[in-house]
Design a protein around this ligand. Structure first.
Ligand SMILES: O=C[C@H](O)[C@H](O)COP(=O)(O)O
Ligand SMILES: C=C(OP(=O)(O)O)C(=O)O
Length: 353
């Protein structure tokens, strides 16, 4: 007999249902209210109804829950007193899209050893989210696997669709059902229009394949997500955070009849993944914001405890607090950048009055 199915699949491993994980690690009423309020704040900033600067900041990826929590505590303490100027959302990224192959994040491979204990990864990710929320910081995640949000998205204030997926129908559909504001990055080749098209598609109701709360295959119908925006992250042709590139992107938004507000990612294609350059980009952007540049609603910064990056590997052999994906600004420089950004947001406000 000729077999034609599953010829290249080596195993299926059932996962627990999203409802089970949530019951085991509940968000709780206080955190629920906090997530809802912080989503409203982010939405107001993106709509231009709140003149603070949105700052999505944190490690490129979470690989060590203890270091992520250490970072969260530092960030929460350092930004206390800046609430009038900054709305800070910590990057707590568990899913890493790769250019080719590589470690795909804490959910996919929590022990960074190729063991791919996804069940443990999901549990760990949800635990980290609850712990970070416990420090008083809202959380931002990239959504990559189309079914993972069912397990964690109730704890997430802001979401991203990365540069490798803004044109993906699967990710646009997924975003149409997400409960938080979501940023679409420009594509890795620098194309901004695909991100605007993503925002447009995600704003509409969609019907697609997914899973329900019990983990069963399901047809998912959504209302559409009106709270989406674009993120300029540079591309193969170079950076796109300069005045002209931001102006071009705002003009495309105007043409698409979208609010002329966007986020600029100081990392990735805007810094050539160089953390020293990234800090310089943040300072350049801060100077423009201080002078009154209105279209920049927020910034994304990749920051961790120890500057730079290291090669991934089992946790025991790693330098504590240093990224195992993209290079990050270190903690001392992060503190300086927080001051610069808070001052910039206050100057922008003053320039308007
Ligand atoms: O932010 C992380 C990386 O830029 C992205 O996941 C791609 O990484 P890679 O080019 O090293 O695979
Ligand atoms: C993967 C990321 O960025 P990009 O999609 O812009 O490469 C990221 O922000 O972690």
């Amino acid at each position: 007999m000729t077999v034609t199915r599953d010829l290249r699949i080596t195993s299926f491993e059932a996962l627990s249902a999203p409802a089970e994980l949530r019951a085991e690690l509940p968000l709780g009423e206080e955190k629920e209210e906090f997530v809802a309020a912080s989503r409203r704040a982010v939405r107001d900033i993106l709509a231009g109804d709140d003149d603070r600067l949105l700052l999505v900041i944190g490690p490129c990826s979470v690989h060590d829950p203890e270091a992520a929590l250490d970072y969260a505590r530092r960030l929460a303490a350092a930004t206390r007193g800046m609430e009038d100027a900054l709305c800070v959302v910590m990057r707590v990224y568990f899913e890493k899209p790769r250019t080719t192959i590589g470690w795909k994040g804490l959910i996919n491979d929590p022990d960074i050893d190729g063991g791919h204990d996804v069940r443990r990864g999901l549990h760990l990710a949800r635990t980290v989210l609850l712990d970070v929320l416990g420090t008083g910081l809202p959380v931002g995640c990239e959504f990559l696997e189309p079914t993972s949000p069912q397990y964690i998205a109730d704890a997430v204030t802001w979401g991203a669709i990365g540069a490798r997926t803004p044109e993906s129908q699967v990710h646009r559909q997924l975003t149409s059902g997400l409960s938080m504001p979501v940023g679409f990055k420009n594509a890795t080749d620098g194309d901004v229009q695909v991100a605007i098209d993503g925002v447009h598609a995600a704003a509409h109701p969609q019907v697609f394949f997914g899973i329900d709360d019990e983990g069963r295959a399901a047809v998912v119908s959504t209302k559409g997500n009106p709270d989406c925006h674009i993120i300029l992250r540079g591309g193969r042709g170079g950076p796109n955070y300069d005045v002209d590139s931001v102006g071009d992107a705002l003009a495309l938004l105007r043409k698409a009849q979208r609010p002329e507000r966007l986020i600029v990612d100081a990392s990735h294609g805007n810094s050539g993944k160089d953390h020293v350059r990234q800090a310089a980009v943040v300072r350049e952007l801060a100077a423009r914001i201080a002078e009154g540049e209105e279209g920049i609603a927020g910034l994304m910064v990749e920051s961790f405890i120890v500057p730079g990056r290291q090669e991934p590997g089992p946790r025991e052999g790693l330098t504590y607090g240093q990224s195992i994906t993209d290079s990050c600004v270190g903690w001392d420089e992060t503190e300086r950048l927080l001051d610069v950004l808070a001052a910039a947001a206050r100057s922008r406000r003053a320039s308007k009055s």
